[in-house]
Write a protein that binds this ligand. Structure first.
Ligand code: NAG
Ligand code: NAG
Ligand code: NAG
Length: 350
């Protein structure tokens, strides 16, 4: 029998070596908005969709998947960077199952926010509901892998969180309700309390490794520049300030939480705000040519249904653009951002 047993032991050792050499990040699990939604909104009744051309033009197979981009999003690149799938599937996509989701899944929903009033605007998935889906996912994962292995996946997963943009650009600065109730500082505090509860909640469900990018310079998004009446096409500094203020508070909160909650590690990449600003102020250093408008359409208003293939103005080469549409970074921007994040993520989480 020895000649059968020995190869099996070798085989198991080799398997163990292979999985170890890759990553002690078992899965990438994303929460948030269009920066991480890989197609969940395709399966809910909302106008916040992008599962049509020219979205996905530079995605494998030139497929419009529901990602608000010409190609892949930053969680896709992070997953690939850890030796996992190059494409993070959407939880609501019926073509995937728990065997796929066991190594990564996105619960993100384009157009959502921390604030329930933000997700209500376009009837998308509120953050609390993303957490409900995550609980359901855990149940399926336990049934699929058994309790012990599932617990390992849950605690070794990297949780990629990107949310808050829409609370400011779709809600606070665009609608009267929240502005009549809160100053910008008060609204930041209101969102931070929700963020804190959210992190505590996923921690209590087993999450231990978190990565947050914070808000980008929102006032320089093409859609915001288009609204600058006083200095046409310049950044709206007030909105950049709101984003920076929010990032400072979020940084303080996650630092506090990582001290309070045993085993919790959070990487907060506040410097991505600065990196985006560098793309915008010194584009040629990064190989970009156009920063003040997106590639899709005339580039100042088009996103979702307005960015469609009937639009004759869409640019031929999105790689020259920081923004793909009037709100969302191009695939090339996402890739450069992840090239910045990956060494720190590996250093801390492997
Ligand atoms: C991953 O790392 C954590 C913390 O260092 C450790 O507790 C866990 O057992 C590791 N998991 C695997 C699968 O190596
Ligand atoms: C958002 O809505 C959910 C479900 O109704 C509720 O449980 C939660 O408390 C609300 N969040 C806030 C901050 O009001
Ligand atoms: C985040 O907070 C920590 C602890 O207070 C501080 O050391 C760090 O400089 C802060 N980073 C940013 C970008 O604000």
């Amino acid at each position: 029998m020895a000649f059968i047993i020995i190869p099996w032991i070798l085989f198991i050792r080799i398997l163990a070596l292979c999985s170890k050499s890759d990553a002690n990040v078992s899965a990438v699990i994303a929460f948030g908005d269009s920066f991480v939604d890989s197609g969940n909104n395709n399966y809910i009744p909302t106008l916040a969709k992008s599962n049509f051309k020219p979205y996905g033009r530079n995605f494998p197979g030139a497929t419009p998947t529901g990602r608000f981009c010409d190609g892949r999003l930053h969680p896709d690149f992070i997953s690939e960077g850890f030796g996992l799938k190059p494409i993070l599937p959407a939880y609501l996509d019926p073509t995937f199952s728990i065997s796929d989701f066991a190594t990564g899944v996105s619960f993100g929903s384009a157009s959502t926010g921390y604030d329930n009033a933000t997700s209500d605007l376009l009837k998308v998935i509120p953050l609390w509901k993303e957490v409900e889906f995550y609980k359901e996912y855990q149940t399926k994962l336990r049934a699929y892998l058994g309790d012990r292995e599932a617990d390992g996946v849950i605690s070794d997963a990297l949780y990629v969180i990107n949310i808050g943009t829409n609370d400011f650009i779709l809600n606070y600065f665009a609608r009267p309700l929240r502005k009549s109730q809160f100053t910008v500082e008060e609204y930041q505090d209101f969102l931070i309390r929700i963020a804190e509860n959210f992190i505590k909640q996923i921690y209590s469900l087993g999450a231990r490794k978190l990565s947050l990018i914070g808000l980008l310079p929102l006032g320089c998004f093409p859609v915001e520049r288009a609204m600058n009446i006083r200095n046409p096409l310049n950044c709206l500094e007030e909105r950049n300030k709101a984003a920076l203020g929010f990032n400072g508070k979020l940084n303080a909160t996650v630092t506090k939480l990582s001290n309070e909650l045993p085993g919790l590690k959070v990487l907060f990449f506040a410097e991505i705000y600065e990196l985006l600003l560098q793309f915008i102020t010194r584009p040629s250093d990064y190989g970009f040519e156009v920063v003040e408008k997106g590639c899709c359409g005339v580039g100042l208003v088009e996103t979702a249904v307005l960015c469609n293939r009937l639009n004759p103005f869409t640019c031929p080469d999105a790689n020259k653009y920081v923004f793909w549409d009037s709100i969302h970074p191009s695939q090339r921007t996402n890739k450069i951002v992840v090239d910045e994040l990956m060494p720190r993520l590996k250093q801390v989480f492997l």
